[in-house]
Design a protein around this ligand. Structure first.
Ligand code: SF4
Length: 698
């Protein structure tokens, strides 16, 4: 008798891309963790353990939906009718308003092939510059900082397991214990052999509580803290002058810039006691190996790029990048947050992490795509800027959304919903009727993670293959099939394949010679070598698990310091809005919750949004544990249940962003944009809190 068919694949959610195995027998799917996968080593979080429940969710979309007019409900339709409506709307917008009136908003969860194809579809099939994606809201500040300092944007320039070998880790703005629990084994292994860990976070999270030292700065003051730590490192003589002379440029200006960050002043700016800063610098300065890791807490600010650069300055001044078990890295968030930002779904980018305004890059990519370089449009608008202009003169009029739930995850949510409703035509590809899909003119039901195959690039820069383990339900198609069919209807079908293997091979050619060079990473190698780290320019190249050991990816091989000055968040508390709101994720939900809110065990464990409130604030507002409160900012309101806790600063409240409707954190958040990355300021805005009486709370 045949046993179950077992397939090694990967989790649908975060950038750790834990290895899992799906065994299918008589229609039943059993999920297990891969014991030997290098990032999770048998560990999974509850989201991963329950991921198979997504596959047969009763809420799954299995037929296209169309709306005959805006006041009519969505109704089932054939694929031919649904795709025909999308193609006609695209053609009409192009004819009436020009090519840039048709656009695409995509996502960091798409496979490399889909991200690549989405960028190519918009440029080649639509001739439009209007594409950007939700990774702009996630990784863009770290990406901009890494590119400025190192000449390359790879989140971790070393394997995750190296964290266990670092004697000191400074972790800034990450709650990895909740967001990617299996990664904590590498931190725990380090602490077990004597490593010391410092966590910077306005909340005393599970990650912060496990560290030796927790610095709890006011949200938005991380840049001042980093400059203050560098000031102290210089004063205490921990600077690696030989490394600075031999491997970097620009330190003299940074040394001058941090003179003004004396410890008492930085304590006033950040709320972090001087003795904790001194202790942190001594740990870093005296360690044989040390890592500085940043994440969204430091980066999702209107000055997020400069904040990441300030921590990069500290790492470079201590001589860390390129040394064993040392360096600066950023913990990527979304499942393909790394690969998704390399292959052309960014408004200013072509595959291989090339700039779209670089003539040589345009010539190379155009030759792979079989078009003339002049046919390629120029850079488009960044995510929020594109969304902010939807339906306006000169803005996008017909929008295709893939792997994104704008109505929950974009900042200034109420405005974003208005903009979606102002479109002439909205098409959404999704597995479920998300808050964005509910507003669409056409909804296209697509296959999900284990029902199709594709490569992703995890937080280490390791290219992996997520294999197909089960058949998709009848009636759904892959995103690649959707794009290929639409291209055919638009008269550009010959340029588009729906076969992931073919698309991946084309991606390899398009990326060849770029910073994110996948040319040598065949799918066979990905499978036989437990993934391959880019850059990997040819098949005889071993891949690049550790970067910068000899040179950086800049023209002269030296890393760049950047002098940066602390700036306050775009919006500060005042009399009317006296509290700082910061947002983030919780253990049992993921991103906009489109998937995890539909997994019964996760929904039961974390059924609704909440706001964390310090006991002082709660007492002042006469709020008790479990009371329903209203948070109000200059942009909108959210109604949430209070959790009273002294793990948060008294000047700060925290709301997770996984829910929509009246509990949407992003109804409050500020779209002030970082000048380099165009990242909105998700992590700090001013809000007021009031308790609702039971009548209002209903
Ligand atoms: Fe999935 Fe991330 Fe959890 Fe691993 S840590 S099981 S990749 S959600």
């Amino acid at each position: 008798m045949r046993g179950p068919v077992s397939t090694a694949t990967h989790c649908p959610y975060c950038s750790l891309q834990c290895g899992i195995t799906l065994a299918v027998e008589k229609g039943r799917v059993e999920l297990a963790a891969q014991e030997d996968w290098p990032t999770n080593r048998g560990g999974l979080c509850q989201k991963g353990w329950t991921a198979a429940e997504l596959l047969d969710s009763p809420e799954r979309l299995t037929a296209p939906l169309v709306r005959d007019s805006r006041d009519q409900p969505l109704r089932p339709a054939s694929w031919d009718e649904a795709l025909g409506r999308v193609a006609v709307a695209m053609e009409r917008s192009r004819a009436e308003h020009g090519p840039d009136s048709v656009g695409c908003f995509s996502g960091g969860g798409l496979t490399n092939e889909k991200a690549y194809q989405a960028g190519k579809f918009v440029r080649v099939a639509l001739g439009s510059s209007a594409i950007d994606y939700n990774g702009r809201f996630c990784m863009s500040s770290a990406a901009a900082a890494g590119t400025k300092a190192f000449g390359i944007d790879r989140g971790l320039p070393f394997p995750l397991a190296d964290i266990a070998g670092a004697d000191v880790v400074l972790l800034v703005g990450s709650n990895a214990a909740d967001t990617m629990p299996p990664a904590m084994q590498w931190f725990e292994a380090g602490r077990e052999r004597g490593a010391r860990h410092v966590v910077v976070d306005p909340r005393a999270t599970a990650t912060a509580r496990a560290a030796h030292l927790h610095l709890q700065p006011v949200p938005g003051s991380d840049l001042a803290l980093a400059n203050g730590l560098l000031h102290l490192a210089i004063r205490e003589g921990y600077i690696d002058e030989a490394y600075i002379d031999g491997r970097t440029t620009g330190f003299a200006e940074v040394r001058r810039a941090v003179r003004a960050y004396w410890p008492d002043r930085v304590e006033r700016m950040t709320g972090v006691p001087v003795q904790d800063m001194v202790a942190t610098v001594r740990l870093l300065g005296e360690a044989r190996s040390a890592m500085i890791l940043t994440a969204r807490g430091a980066e999702q600010h209107a000055h997020g790029t400069e904040t990441a650069l300030a921590f990069l300055n500290l790492a470079l001044a201590l001589g860390l990048p390129g040394r064993p078990f040392s360096g600066w890295g950023t913990l990527t968030g979304q499942g393909n947050g790394q690969g998704g930002r390399e292959h052309g779904q960014k408004a200013d980018q072509l595959p291989g992490a090339r700039r779209i305004d670089d003539p040589a890059a345009r010539a190379h990519v155009a030759s792979v795509w079989g078009i003339e370089p002049e046919e390629l449009p120029g850079p488009g608008l960044s995510a929020y800027e594109m969304l902010d202009r939807l339906g306006t003169p000169g803005g996008v009029r017909t929008l295709l959304v893939m792997a994104s739930n704008i109505a929950v995850s974009a900042p200034n949510r109420d405005r974003m919903v208005d903009r979606l409703d102002a479109l002439d035509f909205l098409a959404v590809c999704d597995m479920f009727l998300s808050e964005t899909a509910e507003r669409a003119d056409v909804v296209l039901p697509i296959a999900q993670w284990a029902e199709e195959e594709g490569t992703l690039t995890n937080l280490e820069g390791r290219v992996i293959l997520r294999r197909k383990a089960v058949e998709p339900p009848p009636g759904v198609r892959s995103d690649l099939e959707v794009l290929a069919d639409l291209a055919e209807r638009l008269g550009r079908g010959k340029h588009f394949s729906a076969d992931p293997a073919e698309v991946y091979d084309e991606l390899r050619r398009a990326s060849a010679g770029g910073a994110a060079d996948y040319a040598g990473i065949s799918r066979e190698r990905v499978q036989s070598e437990q993934g391959v780290f880019w850059p990997c320019p040819d098949v005889s190249h071993a891949g690049s698990p550790r970067l910068f050991t000899e040179r950086f990816a800049t023209p002269d091989g030296r890393a760049r310091f950047h002098a940066v000055q602390a700036q306050e968040p775009a919006e500060l508390p005042d009399e009317e809005f006296p509290l700082i709101l910061t947002t983030g994720r919780v253990l049992r939900q993921y991103q906009s919750g489109t998937q995890t809110r539909r997994v019964p065990v996760l929904a039961a464990a974390e059924p609704e949004a909440f706001v964390e409130v310090h006991p002082y604030v709660a007492a002042r507002a006469e709020v008790g544990e479990g009371d329903v409160v209203r948070l109000r900012s200059r942009r909108g309101t959210a109604v949430l249940r209070a959790r009273v806790t002294d793990t948060i600063r008294p000047d700060t409240v925290f709301v997770p962003f996984h829910w929509g409707g009246r509990a949407a954190a992003n109804a409050l958040t500020n779209p002030a944009l970082d000048p380099y990355s165009r990242m909105p300021e998700f992590k700090a805005c001013a809000v007021a809190l009031t308790r609702l009486d039971p009548e209002e709370a209903r």
